[in-house]
Design a protein around this ligand. Sequence first.
Ligand code: GFB
Length: 321
Amino acid sequence: MSELFSLTGRRVWVAGERGMVGRAIVRRLASERCEIVTAAARVDLRDQAATFAWMAANPADLIFLAAAKVGGISANDRLPAEFLYDNMMIEANVIEGARRTGAAKLLFLGSSCIYPKHAEQPMREDALLTGVLEPTNQWYAIAKIAGIMLAQSYRRQYGCDYISAQPTNLYGPFDNFDLQGSHVLPALIRKAHEARLANAMTLPVWGSGAPLREFLHVDDLADALVFLAKHYSGEEIVNVGSGEEISIGDLARMVGDIVGFRGDTVFDTSKPDGTMRKLVDTGKLNGLGWNAHRPLQEGIADTYRWLLDNSDTLRTGPATA
Ligand code: GFB
């Protein structure tokens, strides 16, 4: 397939290179003939002066904007100001910095939570801004919508080749396993692992277990993003998903089986369910020529193996919830 944008010999910066998504993109780029620009010292991307200065000293041809304040349903609820402010600042600084330093291309990472709470399923890209948002993550969603529109506005006003991808719920190595801040999959892996070690008979699961979620392994996401950088240029956003949906209750049982937990799942209905369903329509991305390839069960087993090899990860954050 011919490429619209070749990575060969290009300088590539992955903003957010220490996060789960950023690390996966860096791993994926290792098989491309590009030069990866890395920040030797941490740059606070919320700080405009520091970000502009760093980007001027380290100009890149292609930028993956994967830096973000992220978290699960509880973190979104407790930290609305940080989810809105931090994400808007990061996006504004990196996107304007990209224009100032002449980046040829930028790929902005949104999220499937940008779509309305009652969007028709699977959610197509044109559902954006057609209805009210899910209240549990509206602050994050508004910030991500602002980032999408910023990229679109720079394309319109300045002719910048900035594109946006909307990933579904992600998981994989280097996820956040802190039970207060994490998403559901790392939380369930941790809880099942600790329940097995403690010979506990119950695995606590938040909410009713009925909500449906779609999960994508972060290495599949990284592959899709590199594919989009090479093969896509346009104002329209592009969904990235696996097409596989599972209820939270079934997910908890699947995780329990993989981890070797023999007890029962119990549902804590004092905790929120969030949106009942959010499956993205991947017709556009599939039509361009990309498909997800890692089945959920295999991806969870890999992530659990990674966690066992990196058990230091479990020392961060309180193990209660
Ligand atoms: O992954 P999660 O936190 O976020 O929760 P969202 C998904 C579902 O899993 C909810 C349930 O119904 C939770 O109640 N759940 C069950 C748990 N047990 C647990 C647990 O131990 N921890 C967690 N965290 N959930 C996120 C947004 O929404 O989606 C983000 O909050 C982002 O901002 C992401 O947009 C894609 O899937 O509801």
